[in-house]
Design a protein around this ligand. Sequence first.
Ligand SMILES: C[S@@+](CC[C@H](N)C(=O)[O-])C[C@H]1O[C@@H](n2cnc3c(N)ncnc32)[C@H](O)[C@@H]1O
Length: 246
Amino acid sequence: MQEFKNSVQNKEYEIEFFDKHAEKDDYNVFTHEANLKLIDAFARYTALNIGSQVADLGCGSGVFTKLLVDRGFVATGIDISPKLIGIAQAKYPNIHFQIGDAEHLHYENNSLDGVLLSGLVHHFSDPSALASEVYRVLKPGGKFFAFDPNRLNPFMYLYRDISSPFYSNVGVTKNERPILGSVVQEIFTNVGFKTNIGYLSGLSYQFIASKKMSQLLPIYNLIDSVVFKLFFLKKLSPFVLTYGVK
Ligand SMILES: C[S@@+](CC[C@H](N)C(=O)[O-])C[C@H]1O[C@@H](n2cnc3c(N)ncnc32)[C@H](O)[C@@H]1O
């Protein structure tokens, strides 16, 4: 297996988990409407022009890469799981996908207009090397946009944070946990970006690995779509967005 140095992310966990997942199913956890909402947020917060060169890092089976292409971006999907990339390439033969580690990208310095960190940052306990790599490959003025589960959200915290008494590791890798936007923002700021934070709710799930929790999904989706729209609860939304410019 390829050796990965200078990183605290256990790459083997990721590859093993997502390759195994790919043997059963593609990875497409949100509803189509939620996927569109995320790509709308990417387009709005980055304000990138049509035709911009964008890398979708942690693209999984390519759902978001396809939506980026549909929006007029020239997008490439990159993921560390060979089997998910195999699914993505079979589903979308006209889109370019590549197996790769987001901390060690094949791009030249200053070569991309945009980077979508596609539910990826929360898979690193220290995303500093990831942030530096994104900074390296973006052109001056290039934009990044990340979406991740928000540690301030009560559901995300209780169900997915290892310090919670209700923590479940069903359907997640050992590397991942919900994150604080302020922490991610600081890390991306430290490598040179001008950064900002946003919050997103109303992203309905269509799939969750635990059979027990699947029965509660309609209730979760309902609460998510109603409660976190209230402006004073915005910061508690299930997803935190970190975005910025080089
Ligand atoms: C939560 S999934 C998101 C998949 C897809 N973007 C989505 O939102 O449906 C995280 C993805 O990141 C990928 N990943 C994890 N670590 C990575 C790394 N170091 N480089 C590239 N991809 C990575 C995993 O293989 C997985 O497909």
